[in-house]
Design a protein around this ligand. Structure first.
Ligand SMILES: Cc1cc2nc3c(=O)[nH]c(=O)nc-3n(C[C@H](O)[C@H](O)[C@H](O)COP(=O)(O)OP(=O)(O)OC[C@H]3O[C@@H](n4cnc5c(N)ncnc54)[C@H](O)[C@@H]3O)c2cc1C
Length: 336
């Protein structure tokens, strides 16, 4: 039975239904202070480094090559077949950043701008993990384009939320944080400029879509770009004027706010976002789709878009999985 070696201790992996336990579960079961949030291989909070042993490819899926070569992996989806010696991530993967500004985009959504201490390579629509003083770590999508300088995030206030509450009420311009990333494949890849694009998101799922939309236009995308932004009611919408202006300036762009509750009005749709989209576009063969926000909606859309003909390689989705458990970063090699 393989074992994971951590801070000089060796822990055997249990076997569940024929599968080896994940490195994260084995460490947590033995009381190790390891961070995690989504436990689904998405958010990046549980990233560790293998000092020796073989990391299964799934635990490094989507990581940049330089990180793979250094042995970084996501512990929650790492089920090794042989012994693995693991350590925390090194200081060079973490970047210091300062909060530049905090502005309200709506009553519940804050625009957070960050300035990195060193260059940070990313694509608009990817996400990063913010680590604040004390080690609390959370992921947020990047709404800005690389040549805009500062990073822009859209953070929804969550009741009793530790990171979102701090960013809404406690954080001030000049405050220091540490960031890790970027991660994710929800970004515009140039090429196929005539392909129809579908951008669908709920709540702050608009953040990566705002980045992808502007990056697509920046790259002179010519095909139609349909943006659907879902919210419970009008109070959940934001950037409406900016989206309408973009649609007015670019004939290939259409913007449709989709409300669960409310009165129909020109330009709005009322109902579930997946139903509205599929009613308008029942056949999606040849389309490229970007989907982000509420995990239930993302999962449903991903399935329905595929059934409507969109290729699985043309569907890019980021589910904003809520965090659970400890969710802190084990150490802070770069204290803010
Ligand atoms: C890949 C990825 C990208 C993300 N991008 C964004 C983004 O761009 N903008 C953004 O606002 N968020 C985004 N999130 C969610 C974000 O990472 C945090 O989970 C969120 O801000 C809540 O963190 P918190 O510390 O404020 O709340 P916590 O302290 O973790 O939670 C407080 C309480 O609220 C519950 N809770 C947590 N999240 C939710 C939720 N969504 N709905 C209802 N209850 C909840 C928790 O279970 C807990 O009981 C993303 C998540 C992932 C995985």
């Amino acid at each position: 039975m393989p074992a994971v070696c951590w801070e000089g201790q060796s822990y055997q992996l249990n076997i569940h239904g024929g599968d080896n336990e994940s490195v994260l579960d084995a460490l947590l079961r033995n009381g190790a202070a390891v961070s995690y949030a989504c436990k689904a291989g998405t958010c990046g909070s549980c990233m560790l480094r293998a000092a020796s042993g073989v990391v299964p490819p799934r635990a490094q899926a989507g990581m940049k090559d330089s990180w793979k070569m250094q042995g970084y992996f996501l512990a929650c989806v790492c089920q090794p077949e042989t012994d693995l010696t693991v350590t925390t991530v090194a200081a060079e993967t973490l970047i210091g950043a300062s909060i530049v500004s905090l502005n309200d985009l709506s009553a519940n959504v804050k625009q957070v701008r960050l300035r990195c201490d060193v260059p940070f390579d990313f694509h608009a629509g990817q996400y990063l993990t913010i680590i604040r003083e004390g080690g609390l770590a959370r992921s947020y999508s990047i709404a800005s384009l690389p040549d805009e300088g500062d990073l822009e995030l859209h953070v929804r206030r969550i009741l009793n939320g530790r990171m979102s509450g701090w960013l809404h009420d406690g954080a001030r311009p000049g405050d220091k944080v540490t960031i890790l990333g970027p991660s994710g494949e929800c970004f515009y890849a140039p090429g196929r400029e005539d392909q129809p694009l579908l951008l669908a998101g709920t709540g702050t799922g608009l953040a990566p879509l705002w980045g992808v939309l502007r990056d697509a236009l920046h790259n002179r995308h010519r095909g139609p770009i349909h943006v659907f932004h879902g919210a419970v009611d009008e109070g959940g919408l934001y950037l409406c004027d900016e989206l309408r202006d973009l649609a007015q300036d670019h004939e290939q762009v259409t913007y449709t706010p989709v409300l669960l509750k409310g009165k129909p009005s020109p330009g709005n749709a009322i109902g579930a976002i997946d139903r509205i989209i599929l009613e308008r576009f029942p056949k999606l063969a040849g389309w490229r789709a970007y989907v982000a926000g509420d995990p239930g909606v993302v999962q449903s859309l991903r399935k329905q878009l595929f059934l409507a003909g969109a290729g699985s390689r043309d569907i890019f989705a980021d589910a904003f999985l809520p965090s659970a458990g400890r969710q802190t970063f084990p150490r802070e090699p770069n204290p803010p």
